[in-house]
Design a protein around this ligand. Structure first.
Ligand SMILES: Cc1cc2nc3c(=O)[nH]c(=O)nc-3n(C[C@H](O)[C@H](O)[C@H](O)COP(=O)(O)OP(=O)(O)OC[C@H]3O[C@@H](n4cnc5c(N)ncnc54)[C@H](O)[C@@H]3O)c2cc1C
Length: 420
């Protein structure tokens, strides 16, 4: 009898799992269910589309034929509403029921809405899907003044879209800098200057008390908690993700701001796996639970989950564990920016500035490197990723780690790897 694998979500995690399962088990039944109206596309590139710099075609990754050719069932526009782990069934918004032997939850997140008046006004955008990007591009092409809220990795995408579309914008930030959990003021200033050059003005110690609208419910301004008024006919809000777990209510599957899994991507139910942004996974490098929000990590988790779903029923397939140093790069400016590992965690840090637009910050936990941010010069990234993966005790060698060109031999003289 063939095994039935059901995958909820056709983002990079769900799609990678489907591909892995099909390669490992040519006889399996594989079904991918998504509530979006289109097949897998490159979520990283939708910002370039919204800027007006890319047409639609190169953003698509899979055409519907891709699923047909691999005999993978595909259900578009289908929202999963319930999971019954006893019956091994899931139910959709239209009442359809799918039975599974192995289930993968790869449902990612949805942008959170600001809990303030008029946060659903016309002209106010959240950014996650290709559909969002189409609406943003269409509006941005005719807008004059913008308001951006949310000083993180998606907020800066919205700011860069304003820059590229000639929208004069104010970027409202809560603290004194962009991405304050990962950057010091020194590093953030490089980004602030780059934003200003694109016509986006960072406003610090700000935020939104409420939005103002006109009689047609169109956004006209944001009033910040200090009473400052920022006009705008275009607004972008990126204050974080709300993880899509509602349909798991009552299923017995453990959730905690996402779906809790071990390093094999298995939930507390042996037949249910999860992968991608949605997971609170056991990080074997940190030795604690962690969550990643990056394309490469989601892809790898999808492959690992798919492999292990097959390994459960096939003795020839070996189980694999997820062990990964995540990266996330920003390409909006004329200098590179890369964050790696867990730059917002840790108990110690080290940083150095090498030039007007060259800066580095590293974070450590229990004497081991766990993450960092590189601005301007990315040449040392593979060294840092290797140091994280191999778990060297190097917390007392910050002077060597902040040298522009890190001498690995010198660094590792008496700091052997504590992991392979
Ligand atoms: C604008 C933007 C720029 C980004 N830039 C970068 C970058 O530069 N580098 C980087 O590494 N990462 C970037 N990311 C993050 C990266 O895209 C995500 O980490 C990655 O796409 C997560 O993949 P996923 O498969 O886990 O989830 P998703 O891609 O979110 O896929 C989940 C899918 O599940 C569907 N779904 C949810 N609930 C249900 C349900 N109940 N029933 C059916 N379907 C459901 C969703 O509609 C969605 O299609 C960016 C993200 C965005 C939005």
């Amino acid at each position: 009898m063939s095994t039935s694998h059901v995958i909820i979500g056709d983002g990079i995690a769900g799609s990678s799992a489907a591909e892995t399962i099909r390669e490992a088990d040519p006889d399996a039944d594989v079904t991918v269910i998504t509530d979006e109206g289109e097949t897998l596309y490159n979520r990283i590139l939708i910002k370039e589309f919204a800027k007006g710099k890319l047409p639609e075609a190169p953003i698509s990754i899979h055409e519907p034929d891709w699923y047909d050719e691999r005999d993978i069932g595909l259900e578009l526009n289908t929202h999963v509403t319930d999971v019954d782990t006893d019956a091994h069934e899931i139910r959709t918004h239209s009442g359809d029921v799918y039975e599974y032997d192995k289930l993968l939850i790869a449902t990612g997140g949805t942008p959170a809405q600001l809990p303030v008046d008029n946060s659903d006004a016309d002209g106010l955008h959240h950014f996650w899907t290709f559909q969002d990007a189409r609406a943003i591009r269409e509006h941005a092409e005719e807008a004059d003044k913008g308001i951006i809220v949310g000083a993180g990795l998606l907020g800066i995408d919205l700011a860069a879209i304003c820059g590229a579309q000639d929208i004069e914008a104010n970027f409202l930030m809560r603290g004194n800098r962009w991405w304050r959990y990962a950057l010091s003021l020194d590093g953030a200033e490089i980004l602030h200057d780059a934003m200003r050059e694109k016509g986006v003005t960072p406003q610090f110690d700000s935020g939104v008390d409420h939005f103002e609208t006109d009689d047609d419910d169109q956004i006209v301004a944001a009033i910040d908690p200090n009473g400052e008024r920022y006009e705008g006919d275009f607004a972008g809000v990126a204050i974080g993700l709300h993880f899509n777990t509602e349909f798991l209510r009552g299923s017995g599957i453990e959730t905690d701001n996402g779906v809790v899994v071990d390093e094999y991507m298995r939930t507390n139910d042996e037949d249910v796996y999860a992968a991608g942004d949605i997971t609170q996974f056991w990080d074997t490098i940190l030795d604690e639970r962690a969550q990643n929000g990056a394309w490469g990590s989601a892809k790898e988790q999808g492959s690992i989950a798919g492999n292990n779903m097959v390994a459960d029923v096939d003795d020839d397939t070996e189980e694999e564990a997820f062990r990964w140093v995540s990266t996330y790069s920003i390409t909006h400016f004329d200098f590179p920016f890369l964050s790696f590992g867990h730059p917002t965690l840790g108990d110690e840090e080290a940083e150095a500035k090498y030039g007007e637009r060259e800066w580095r910050r590293l974070t450590f936990k229990d004497g081991k490197l766990i993450g960092g941010v590189l601005i301007g010069d990315l040449s040392q990234q593979s060294k840092f990723k290797k140091l994280i993966r191999e778990e060297h005790q190097i917390g007392d060698k910050k002077d060597l780690l902040t040298e522009q060109d890190v001498d690995m031999d010198k660094l590792l003289e008496d700091a052997p790897a504590t992991a392979e």
